[in-house]
Write a protein that binds this ligand. Structure first.
Ligand SMILES: NC(=O)c1ccc[n+]([C@@H]2O[C@H](COP(=O)([O-])OP(=O)(O)OC[C@H]3O[C@@H](n4cnc5c(N)ncnc54)[C@H](O)[C@@H]3O)[C@@H](O)[C@H]2O)c1
Length: 286
């Protein structure tokens, strides 16, 4: 921390960094973006000028070498989160990493282990936990209003919203399709609402039925059908050690009535609710 401000270094300056992270950090009085790292040479100058940032690198390790950087914010494609986080922690930086934290469970475990070892914070950007309706619901759950929550039905379903960038449709960058991109949001939220129980078993299935078809159009523009190598629909069933279960489905493309369904329905012994905008259902209140 210098002059009462945390030094921020951002790695990856694509859609989410430009649209949310950079404007977000700039709003904070006690944070200053010192450097960004961006893989593309020709974009480096443009980014430096556009956002008025002192240092811009093409090699993220140069950013990690800057001592005044306290927090590294990782906004790169999913499969790069693990190696970049491990490097940032080795340089003794706190890390905020975009979701999903990694594409393999063993990688997440290693990231958590190292963050504890070097005594630096590691946080996944699961921002739905910070929505007012999520915070209010979590308080009610923790007070016991819903009793024992024994089942949830969670959806991150999109009818025709396939993100066309390589980051999301090429497995070597994304690790997978909608389960890795949007399923991870609704699953994280549901898991948090349910008290983060230990997982007993998981079953799942993936499908690529629409994304390769030329007659299917997306609201976010065209994508490369030949390069597309992830699923467009995924479903799963999770059983926790405490006996509770979650049914989860997500899609980039699906033949469904609504444009999207991003929701989780919680079934408790005393009450139930559909997040984000559902009414509480009980014996008394109907
Ligand atoms: N929280 C959310 O709701 C949300 C929304 C969108 C994206 N995301 C996540 O953010 C991440 C990035 O998504 P995006 O939409 O910005 O993708 P994007 O393709 O627009 O941008 C990715 C950027 O990372 C850069 N990059 C790749 N490897 C790099 C490296 N080794 N060093 C430096 N830069 C590198 C690329 O040049 C590109 O600028 C993904 O993990 C995605 O899941 C989260």
């Amino acid at each position: 921390m210098k002059n009462g401000k945390y030094g921020i270094g951002i790695i990856g300056v694509g859609g989410i960094a430009r649209g949310s992270h950079i404007p977000g950090w700039k709003k904070l009085k006690d944070a200053e973006i010192i450097a960004v790292a961006y893989i593309s040479e020709e974009k480096v100058k443009e980014v430096k000028e556009e956002f008025d940032i002192p240092y811009v690198f093409t090699d993220y390790k140069k950013l990690l070498e800057i001592e005044e950087i306290d927090i590294v914010d990782i906004c790169t494609p999913n499969t790069t989160h693990f190696p970049i986080t491990m490097d940032a922690l080795k340089y003794r930086k706190h890390v905020l990493c975009e979701k999903p934290l990694a594409v393999k469970a063993e990688h997440v475990e290693k990231m958590m282990e190292l963050s504890k070892k070097v005594d630096k914070k590691l946080m996944a950007a699961q921002h739905h936990r910070f929505r007012p309706e999520s915070i209010a619901l979590k308080k009610l759950i923790d007070k016991g209003y819903f009793g024992e929550i024994y089942h949830a039905i969670s959806f991150a379903l999109r009818r025709r919203d396939l993100p066309p960038r390589p980051t999301f449709i090429k497995k070597e960058l994304s690790g997978g399709g909608p389960m890795f991109d949007i399923g991870v949001h609704i699953l994280d939220l549901t898991y948090w609402f349910m008290g983060c129980p230990k997982v007993h078993s998981v079953k799942g299935e993936i499908y690529t039925k629409l994304a390769k078809r030329k007659d299917i159009k997306g609201l976010w523009g065209e994508w490369d059908r030949d390069a597309y190598d992830v699923e467009d629909f995924a479903t799963g069933f999770i059983r926790f050690e405490n006996g509770a279960t979650v049914l989860l489905s997500c899609s980039f493309l699906a033949n469904m009535e609504k444009i999207s369904d991003f929701s989780t329905t919680l079934f408790g012994t005393e009450a139930g609710i559909k997040w984000p905008d559902g009414k509480i259902a009980t014996e008394k209140e109907g």
